[in-house]
Design a protein around this ligand. Structure first.
Ligand code: FE2
Ligand code: FE2
Length: 183
């Protein structure tokens, strides 16, 4: 990124990133890394897409940075589930960072990709019901946050799986060599 873009990104995000509550997201696992890193990646992706598609850059970056701003994993509490956590994150973002309506709506609709995937593959997350229209983004900023989250989640998941496969293969090879050595 160019120097001016880096400083603009910093100016928008600095206050949130340095906040103690936001720092707590470092404690939560998310797509194989911690939630803090996921939020930073999605906000950078949204910032760049926001520039390309001429969105409200402050709102799209803030909404992306706070889109998963909930505490704990998606499996521990009902309000953190796959389809409830956008509301929880929006509520927390409002409480701690006084976000506006555009940012709130963008956070609430960021799981639209999951709702669409559920329609195509109904066996995914069968316990939760969702109507497509309830999750559809209603602004350019909302679409950007949703698409950035999808892109980054896919990259993080592939990276995590690949690391796991490489580590497992390494262990198998070492075990096989050790067994051969001792037999
Ligand atoms: Fe999410
Ligand atoms: Fe996310």
């Amino acid at each position: 990124m160019k120097k001016e873009l880096i400083s603009e990104y910093k100016q928008i995000t600095e206050k949130i990133i340095n906040n103690d509550k936001f720092q707590k997201t470092k404690e939560d696992l998310h797509h194989g890394s911690n939630k803090y890193e996921h939020l930073i990646r999605v906000s950078k992706c949204s910032f760049i897409l926001g520039k390309i598609f001429k969105a409200n850059i402050e709102s799209v970056t803030k909404a992306a940075l706070l889109h998963d701003f909930f505490f704990g994993s998606r499996k521990t509490k009902k309000e953190n589930s796959y389809l409830n956590h956008p509301k929880t994150a929006a509520k927390n973002a409002k409480t701690y960072f006084n976000i506006n309506k555009l940012e709130e709506d963008a956070i609430k609709s960021h799981m639209y990709h999951h709702v669409i995937i559920k329609k195509v593959l109904p066996f995914i997350n069968r316990n939760e019901k969702a109507k497509v229209k309830d999750y559809k983004p209603n602004s350019k900023e909302g679409w950007i946050v949703c698409i950035s989250d999808l892109i980054i989640s896919i990259v993080e998941t592939i990276r995590f799986e690949l690391t796991y496969i490489v580590k497992l293969s390494f262990l198998i090879i070492i075990s096989a060599i050790s067994l051969r050595h001792f037999n």
